[in-house]
Write a protein that binds this ligand. Structure first.
Ligand code: NZQ
Ligand code: ZN
Length: 390
């Protein structure tokens, strides 16, 4: 069944080789004063920084560089908002991965707000306005280029917050798969694991429908097949183009229109891990995924595992439901191992003695145990998942 929904994604996508040629025309629609945001230098190495400057000749460019993976409220968001206010910035151009874009989205709203921007990010105050954001995305992962969310870390309070608001949709996103050729094996694997998890967070929800199951299984198949090709040959355009396009569908709801919101529990857990230990988001998710699956496997949920087992992995339908579910969970574990993700949190530097504190933090800030959720998980379950992931 397709339940009730509303759906809105106003971002204009420019997809494919060489689409950046349209950048000046699009930026020019919003003004001349541009805040160019980027990370630690990958865009300089790949020549994209110079290309952007060449294309934007005649624009007044102000720069914010050094945006961190797991972007920080202080200094990055605060500095960016200040630059926007001081320079009457008309439009923000984010060039880089999801962290650069997320930071730019938060800046766009904070630049239009006079109080402490954390009020907006934490949801204490409703967002009323934001500067337009355009992006050239260089990493296939988050889907930030096609959604209304951003995730910002506030190290002062060990918090990593998802911040969603319709004002945060980029007005235009440029997706050229060639810009992802230089992404390392590690980030390629982690980015794909993130996108796989975005699909799974929506797959484990009700009501299910043949149509939504079909597109989600197609998305998983494409991600799981193409990441292996891209890991072998980073410049395989066909593989990189599928990864880039499928990742962009991750978080804007299009994969699960008409299904209820699951609560995205694996993301709630991972955000606490990143807040406490600054780990790579996709790696944390990959490690948690099979452990979360084991925890929520029940009579109620087994049908979801059977659909994955049969339609995605091709398991024999004549096996029992619980055998198929077991095999499906093992298959995800093995897949993440095969693409090079260490499957224990300890290997990423997470300390077991922080589990209790992290669980408190999850329950306080995100809550994973609401009765409306697809598979509510309370304190004991969270502790079990995290312990099993160590
Ligand atoms: O900083 P630079 O030098 O640019 O290097 C980056 C960074 O070190 C590098 N990189 C990016 N593009 C590259 C490249 N290196 C070589 N060639 C390229 N073409 O990759 C490293 C990681 O970049 P980052 O932007 O952090 O990765 P990703 O895109 O995976 O973003 C992760 C962040 O997004 C959040 C995560 O929590 C995390 O903070 N998320 C955002 C979401 C959203 N807005 O919808 C949803 C997700 O669930 C996620 O939570
Ligand atoms: Zn994610």
């Amino acid at each position: 069944m397709i339940g009730n929904f509303n759906y809105f994604t106003p971002t204009k996508l420019f997809f494919g080789k060489g689409v950046i040629k349209d950048l000046p025309g699009v930026v020019g629609q919003y003004g001349k004063n541009v805040l160019l945001t980027y990370g630690g230098g990958s865009i300089k190495k790949m020549g994209l920084y110079d290309e952007v400057y060449k294309l934007l000749e005649g624009f007044n460019i102000i720069e914010l560089s050094g945006i961190e993976p797991n972007p920080k409220y202080d200094p990055s968001v605060l500095t960016g908002a200040k630059l926007c206010k001081e320079n009457a910035v008309d439009v923000i151009l984010a060039v880089g991965g999801g962290s650069v874009l997320d930071c730019s989205k938060a800046i766009s709203a904070c630049a239009k707000y006079d109080g402490d921007g954390w009020d907006l990010i934490s949801g204490k105050v409703k967002t009323r306005a934001a500067l337009p954001v355009i992006d050239v995305i260089t990493l296939a992962a988050t889907g930030s280029e096609y959604d209304a969310g951003c995730v910002i870390s506030n190290t002062a309070i060990n918090d990593k917050r998802g911040y969603m608001d319709d004002h945060l949709y980029p007005v235009a996103s440029f997706l050229d798969p060639e810009y992802t050729f230089s992404v390392s094996k590690w980030q390629t694997a982690c980015g794909t694991a993130d996108a796989i998890n975005h699909v799974l967070e929506q797959f484990f929800a009700t009501p299910a429908s043949l149509f939504n199951d079909g597109i989600m299984i197609a998305a998983l198949r494409s991600l799981m097949t193409n990441v292996k090709i891209a890991l072998k040959d980073p410049a395989d355009y066909a593989a990189r183009s599928e990864l880039m396009y499928v990742c962009s569908w991750g978080c804007n709801g299009i994969l699960s229109n008409g299904a209820g919101y699951s609560g995205w529990p694996m993301h709630s857990i991972e955000h606490a891990l990143s807040a406490y230990f600054d780990i790579t988001h996709g790696a944390g998710l990959a490690i948690i995924t099979p452990r979360w699956m084991r925890e929520i496997l029940s009579e109620k949920t087994v049908e979801r595992f059977v659909t994955l087992g049969v339609s995605l992995f091709g398991f024999d339908r004549s096996l029992s439901d619980s055998e198929i579910a077991d095999k499906a969970i093992d298959a995800f574990y093995k897949f993440f191992e095969e693409i090079g993700i260490p499957m224990s949190l300890g290997e990423l530097g997470v300390k077991e003695d922080k589990i209790g504190e992290m669980v408190d933090h999850i329950l306080e800030n995100d809550s994973t145990d609401e009765p409306w959720m697809y598979a509510p998980i309370g304190r004991e379950a969270l502790v079990r998942i995290l312990k099993a992931s160590m």
